[in-house]
Design a protein around this ligand. Structure first.
Ligand code: ZN
Length: 76
């Protein structure tokens, strides 16, 4: 294979990869500004939104939902 051909193939692969990325949806949804926890609606601090990609809950609701998913659904 000639160097020019290799370069061309490389470009084609790059182009294909770009097309795939363009088609795919964003890997994470944008972080919510306000907690989406039921009956919560707390403002999610900007630091938390920056630290947790696609965050939807405030720290409290996050901890609560993780406990719930973790198994023992307690006495409400
Ligand atoms: Zn919350």
């Amino acid at each position: 294979m000639k160097p020019e051909d290799q370069a061309q193939e490389f470009e084609l692969k790059e182009w294909e990869a770009r097309q795939r990325r363009a088609i795919l949806p964003a890997p994470v949804r944008p972080a919510a500004k306000w907690c989406t926890g039921t009956g919560c609606g707390e403002r999610i601090p900007d630091e938390r939104r920056a630290a947790v990609p696609g965050v939807q809950f405030c720290a409290e609701c996050q901890a609560w939902s993780e406990r719930k998913i973790g198994g023992s659904i307690g006495n409400n």
